[in-house]
Design a protein around this ligand. Structure first.
Ligand code: NAD
Ligand code: IPM
Ligand code: MN
Length: 370
């Protein structure tokens, strides 16, 4: 792949603010490292609704499907709280995930050494933490049918969401988790609620069978998802890779984010299946956090989750491992220097805004390349 087609979808709230910092890194890489990123840009979320009356236009959807990778900022905000459900900002992100078939969402939670003090948990609980949540992203209760509010005709309504999982969906996501575990500490913890949910019973069976058939060298453990949430805050270092469904993965990854100090720290990669011929896969990279309406426009957002999502893009979509390593080292280096946005600020450190944090990471990235 010579030129690399990147579609930027900054979205709403702090999305564009964080994306601007990634744009600076890409500009430097194109100018100085001959990286040949070809950028295009589109609208998603509330900004797309304002322009087109939809959470993503068909034209931008087509661009996303044609891109080598998509970088996504964040969507949503109080301005769009009252828009119709089908065109709410979040629908744009869900459509991208579904239509691009991005079934595997990788959410690493790493506690940078310099931030071991910033967590609301004790230092020895989070120091050295390195876990990876593998969240199923195109199935489960997010997409199951029926999904509706039904008028029961007696003055009552019924809100219905449907949790559905088929064997192949559980097989492919657990395969991703086992493969990744082999490159790490070789342990997978599968989380479901088989004590209450039929889909949980099937999840457990299929993960166990997949393990037995192809991955018996990897240590496998099963945990009920509620107990998993508790264990994540009690002793998170017991985990290596966690594999779980769409909704549990959403909640557990927000919990994991706080172990690392802030939601503003957690990146993610949403990946499709590798193409049988070319090996390339559709991919979208998105921070775990949302549009943060409470701080949007103040220049206070932490851009690290967005920049680290771009590092994952370098790693997974473009096999630019050295550059990904260097960008992650630049983030760690800036934190070691005591530079902090407000969300990870602690006594005696240097408080900066979004732009200064982006500048500091870029400067460190350049210095490491020299
Ligand atoms: P949020 O992640 O936007 O914010 C939660 C809290 O974390 C806020 O106090 C916010 O200021 C803080 N925070 C988040 N990211 C930060 C950053 N980079 N730097 C500093 N502080 C940060 O979640 P929310 O408030 O529940 O949701 C707000 C909107 O975002 C909603 O419309 C929701 O649907 C949407 N949302 C979008 C995504 C996404 O686009 N991927 C993810 C989650 C929520
Ligand atoms: C996330 C978000 C999304 C989700 C929303 C915005 C649709 O919370 O990516 O974690 O629930 O998946
Ligand atoms: Mn979430």
């Amino acid at each position: 792949m010579a030129s690399k087609k990147l579609l930027l979808l900054p979205g709403d709230g702090i999305g564009p603010e964080a994306m601007a910092e990634v744009r600076k890194i890409i500009a430097y890489m194109n100018a100085e490292l001959d990286s040949e990123f070809v950028l295009d840009e589109g609208l998603v979320g509330g900004s797309a609704y304002d322009a087109h009356g939809a959470a993503i236009s068909e034209a931008d959807m087509a661009k996303a499907l044609a891109a080598d990778a998509v970088l996504f900022g964040a969507v949503g905000g109080p301005k769009w709280d009252r828009v119709p459900y089908d065109v709410r900002p979040e629908a744009g992100l869900l459509r991208l995930r579904k239509d691009m078939e991005l079934f595997a969402n990788l959410r690493p939670a790493i506690c940078y050494p310099a931030l071991a003090d910033s967590s609301s948990l004790k230092k020895d609980v989070v120091e050295g933490l390195d876990i990876l949540i593998v969240r199923e992203l195109t199935g489960g209760v997010y997409f199951g049918e029926p999904k509706e509010i039904r008028d029961l005709g007696n003055g009552q309504k019924r809100g219905i969401d449907t949790q559905v999982y088929d064997t192949y969906e559980i097989e492919r996501i657990s395969g991703v988790a086992f493969e990744l575990a082999r490159t790490r500490a070789n342990k997978v913890t599968s989380m479901e609620k088989r004590n209450v949910m039929k889909s949980g019973v099937l999840w457990n069976e299929v993960v166990t069978a997949t393990h037995k058939a192809k991955y018996s060298d990897v240590k496998l453990e099963h945990m009920l998802a509620d107990a998993g949430g508790m264990q994540l805050v009690r002793w998170p270092k017991q985990f290596d890779v966690i594999v779980t469904d769409n909704l549990f993965g959403d909640m557990l990854s927000d919990i994991a984010a706080m172990l690392t100090g802030s939601l503003g720290m957690l990146p993610s990669a949403s990946l499709g299946a590798p193409d049988a011929k070319t090996g390339s896969r559709k991919a979208l990279y998105e921070p775990v956090h949302g549009s943060a309406p409470d701080i949007a426009g103040t220049g206070a957002a932490n851009p690290i989750a967005m920049i680290a999502s771009f590092a994952m893009c370098l790693r997974y979509s473009f096999n630019m491992i050295a550059e990904a390593d260097r960008l992650e080292a630049a983030i760690a280096g800036v934190l070691d220097d005591g530079i902090r946005t407000g969300d990870i600020m602690s006594e005696g450190k240097i408080k900066v805004g979004t732009v200064e944090m982006g500048d500091a990471i870029l400067a460190k990235f350049k210095a490491l390349a020299a």
